[in-house]
Each structure stands twice: as structure tokens, then as C-alpha cells.
Design a protein around this ligand. Structure first.
Ligand code: PNW
Length: 480
């Protein structure tokens, strides 16, 4: 059988996010984001670290561009720090020209190096002032106006040079980790042993609604005022992992898989493609799930120029009997790594949630494509940590064969989806260009194709995977 291929203009590269790599948190007028303040709370980050220095990328943009060039990247996805651009965050607050110009220059330098920039507006780092001023994402009316204003400032500065914008990265993670589990900023939850405030039964649904509406407004603004002149595309990025039934002979587990996907992906995907939340969510959550006003529906429906897909792994899904917990976000399901027969879904990594399963990637590409009528898909993140990587001596750490195999298998699965299943996938960004601040796990978990030596001045050392990815794409991308 002929080998699966990808189209000649397939866009591939690497991804990062501002708070995870930039450091320089006080430089050039930047103010705190909710992640700066969250990291200062004792016990929130595994190694008690923060993004204060991180990879020092704010001061090393030319090094990062050289690195991207040297490993053959065609594209780079990164995010903007809102509190660098508008330190206090709000629509009536001053714009910080220095912060804004930093990104203008960075984009120019990337383009000069022949690297296509993909710009994420919101990768979780809300200006802390907006959290304090009005409760951040919980306050839809204020948040939507402030986000749309921020988006306008960004489009005015960058729309001429940037052809791909992503509004929000993984609203699911923000809503669930930030407002149900309380493990991400702003750390809210019903669990009083974790945080004194929060309501995991209501707040995740409220903040998700705020993000969807804010996304819709930013997209409308882009399409009305910027796209006609500059072209370009804009979308949201949704995370989603594959699911297999825990007991494939139990119809309840088979149904649970579909319901889990509706809660994880349909939650944001359905309003954007269909104009409303999935029926399964309405049934379980009733009036805790916000209603779209007619105006909101009109603005959210149809608001993706492509589907931004973050994908890492797969789980077995088991139905739970009885009434769902008040703060259930899973559709009354349980995610497990071992099925009824005792088979593992994938190998262990350093991240407890991440068990790779490349065939699941191909299956999920099909699921998304079928559900949403074959959108163009850009994979905006895919990658893995390695169990124990941080404890290895550097010479061994640089030989990251597990990660090499991961990329080989996942890129292969994507090529199969394109060639054999006719899925319209046009881009792929590996997570991540650099080892970086892995949120609540601090620096102990490494996702980079490049080793960052935090003890010796944040020096960069490409791992084997950094060098291998270009060969994988070379061999799979069809020549004209
Ligand atoms: C994504 N989970 O987050 C983010 O977009 C990145 O910033 C992050 O570094 C990367 O994946 C690796 O974690 C996720 O618990 C965080 O299922 C957690 C989960 C999924 C994605």
C-alpha cells in the first residue's frame, strides 16, 4: 500500500504560550496576570516556581527565531501577554506601546526569517486587574467588551502581518481547571480544602459562555474591519482527547463515550458550529447552563474560519450510575487508563493525564470532521512529556526517543486521516518548541523538543526530536 501523505503547502511548526516562556514579567511596563498572582499563593505550583524567568524568551526572541530556523520550522504559534499590551486590561485603560511593539517586531522578524506566525490572543493569562476589578471571566458583560477592545488593539497592530489568529486557547481548561478543580488560575472551586471561594457547579458554565461570546465578538470585528483589507483567518482552539468505551460490550459505556465528547468538545464546538450547547449537556445541567440570547447566538454561530485542535491522548470512558455530582463536568463519566480487559490505553508519561494513543488521533480527527461538516483543521498543539525526563543526565535527556516515536506515530496517524479518510487537515504545531513552565506542574514536567537548562542561564539544547520532526514532514509531505 502506498504511504499516506500530506499536501505540499502543509503548514507545520512549533507552539508555545506567553506565560510559559517569556519571563521578564516586570519588563517594559507589563503588569501582573492572574498567573503571576496565582503562582505567589503557596502550594499552587508543584515546585513553588512561577513564570517570572521561565525561558527568558521575551529577551531572546532572536535566539528563538534562530532555533526555529535551524530545525526547519515553517510556522510558529505563540501567544500574546494581554497585560504587556494593556497592563490594566480594560477598554478605558492605557495601551502600553512598548509591550505592543515587542510583538510587532517579533512578528516582523519571524516573517523575515520565513516563518509564518500564528498568534493566540488568550492563553490563560488574564490581566490580574480585571480579576480584581470585576471578577474577570465571571462578568460576561465587562469581559466581552474588554476582550474585544484588546483584540482590536492587536488586530490594528498585527493584522497586516499575521494570517492566523486564535482567540482563546482551550476554554475547557480555563473553565474546568480554573473554576471547578481550582488547580489553574484563578483557582476557584467548590472544594474548600483547595480554595475559600468558588462554585464548581455553576462557574465553569458561566465563564465558558463568556469566552464563547467574547470569541464571537472578536471574530466579527476581525471579519468586519480587518479581514476585507488584510485577509487572514481566525478561530478558537479547543482541546479534545479520544475516548474508547471501558467495556465495549456495555451500551452504557458506548453511550458514555459520545456524551463525554459532547461535554469536552461539543461544549464549545457546538455553539460555534450549530449555535447551541449539546442536548446532553442541557439535559444534565438544566438552568445551570447559560442560554444564548438571539444576539449571542448569531455572533457565535459560524465564528470559526478553521478548527483549531489541541490533542494529546486517549482514555477509556466508563459511565457512572446514578445522579451526577453537582460539579460534574464529564457527562457523568469516568476517564480511565485501563479497560475492563486490563489493557492500557497507552504508555505512561510524566503527565498523569497523558497516555498517547496515535490511532485515537486519527479517530478524533474523523469525529470532529463528521460532527462539524468537514471544517479545515489546524492542529495547534500535539506533543508529550516523558516519564522521569527531568531526572535524566543531560546527554540522555537529549536522546528523547520516546518523543521521537510519539511524533512519528502521531504525524503518521494524521497523514492517514488526510490521505485515507479525506480529513481536511492543513497544519500541525508540535507542543512545544521549548521546555517551559508547565502550569501547576512547574518546571518538573518538560514538553519541549528543546532542552532548556534553567540552572545555567536558560540555554537551549535541541533534543533529538527537534531535529527529527523536519525529516518526518519531509518524507510525508507530497512534492508538488
Ligand atoms: C495544554 N489536561 O494544556 C496547553 O495548551 C499548554 O499550555 C500545555 O502546556 C500543554 O497542553 C501540555 O499540558 C493542557 O489535564 C493542560 O487534560 C492539561 C490538560 C490538557 C491540556
Amino acid at each position: 500500500m502506498a504511504k499516506s501523505q500530506l499536501p505540499p503547502d502543509f503548514l507545520w511548526g512549533f507552539a508555545t504560550a506567553a506565560y510559559q516562556i517569556e519571563g521578564a514579567v516586570h519588563e517594559d511596563g507589563r503588569a501582573d496576570s492572574i498567573w503571576d498572582t496565582f503562582c505567589r499563593q503557596p502550594g499552587k505550583i508543584a515546585d513553588a516556581s512561577s513564570g517570572e524567568v521561565a525561558c527568558d524568551s521575551y529577551r531572546r526572541t532572536s535566539q528563538d527565531i534562530e532555533l526555529l530556523k535551524s530545525i526547519g520550522a515553517k510556522a510558529y504559534r505563540f501567544s500574546l501577554s494581554w497585560s504587556r499590551i494593556i497592563p490594566l486590561g480594560g477598554r478605558d485603560d492605557p495601551v502600553n506601546e512598548k509591550g505592543l511593539q515587542h510583538y510587532v517586531h517579533f512578528v516582523d522578524d519571524l516573517r523575515a526569517a520565513g516563518i509564518e506566525p500564528l498568534v493566540t490572543l488568550y492563553h490563560w493569562d488574564l490581566p490580574d486587574n480585571l480579576e480584581k476589578r470585576y471578577g474577570g471571566l465571571l462578568n460576561k458583560d465587562e469581559f466581552v467588551q474588554d476582550f474585544t477592545h484588546y483584540a482590536k488593539v492587536v488586530f490594528e497592530a498585527l493584522a497586516g502581518q499575521v494570517k492566523y489568529f486564535i482567540t482563546f486557547n482551550e476554554p475547557w481548561c480555563v473553565a474546568v481547571h480554573g473554576y471547578q478543580k481550582g488547580i489553574f488560575a484563578p483557582g476557584r472551586t467548590s472544594d474548600r480544602s483547595v480554595n475559600p471561594e468558588g462554585d464548581g457547579s455553576r462557574e465553569p458554565w458561566i465563564v465558558a459562555h463568556s469566552m464563547l461570546v467574547a470569541h464571537g465578538h472578536a471574530v466579527k470585528l476581525f471579519r468586519d474591519e480587518f479581514k476585507p483589507k488584510h485577509g487572514g483567518r481566525i478561530a478558537i482552539t479547543l482541546n479534545g482527547d479520544w475516548g474508547e468505551p471501558w467495556d465495549k460490550n456495555d451500551p452504557k459505556d458506548v453511550a458514555a463515550v459520545q456524551r463525554k465528547q459532547e461535554f469536552f468538545i461539543g461544549w464549545h464546538g457546538d455553539p460555534i458550529y450549530f449555535g447551541d450547547y449539546p442536548a446532553s449537556m442541557r439535559e444534565q445541567l438544566q438552568d445551570r447552563l447559560p442560554e444564548f440570547t438571539e444576539e449571542e447566538r448569531a455572533i457565535v454561530k459560524g465564528s470559526n474560519d478553521f478548527y483549531g485542535m489541541n490533542h494529546y491522548c486517549a482514555d477509556y470512558v466508563r459511565h457512572i450510575e446514578g445522579v451526577p455530582a453537582a460539579d460534574d463536568v464529564t457527562g457523568n463519566t469516568e476517564l480511565l487508563k485501563v479497560n475492563k480487559e486490563g489493557e492500557r490505553i497507552g504508555p505512561e508519561t510524566q503527565s498523569s493525564w497523558l497516555t498517547p494513543n496515535p490511532l485515537g488521533f486519527r479517530k478524533l480527527l474523523n469525529w470532529i470532521s463528521n460532527r462539524y461538516d468537514h471544517p479545515t483543521i489546524y492542529v495547534t498543539e500535539n506533543g508529550t512529556s516523558l516519564k522521569g525526563e527531568n531526572d535524566l543526565p543531560i546527554d540522555q535527556l537529549l536522546e528523547d526517543d520516546f518523543r521521537v516515536q510519539f511524533f512519528e506515530d502521531y504525524i503518521g496517524a494524521m497523514a492517514d486521516a488526510y490521505t485515507l479518510d479525506k480529513i481536511d487537515v492543513q497544519g500541525y504545531m508540535a507542543w512545544s518548541l521549548l521546555d517551559n513552565f508547565e502550569w501547576a506542574e512547574g518546571y518538573e514536567t518538560r514538553f519541549g523538543v528543546t532542552y532548556v537548562d534553567y540552572e545555567h542561564g536558560q540555554t537551549r539544547h535541541p533534543k533529538k526530536s527537534a531535529r527529527m520532526i523536519r525529516h518526518m514532514f519531509d518524507s510525508v509531505i507530497r512534492k508538488e
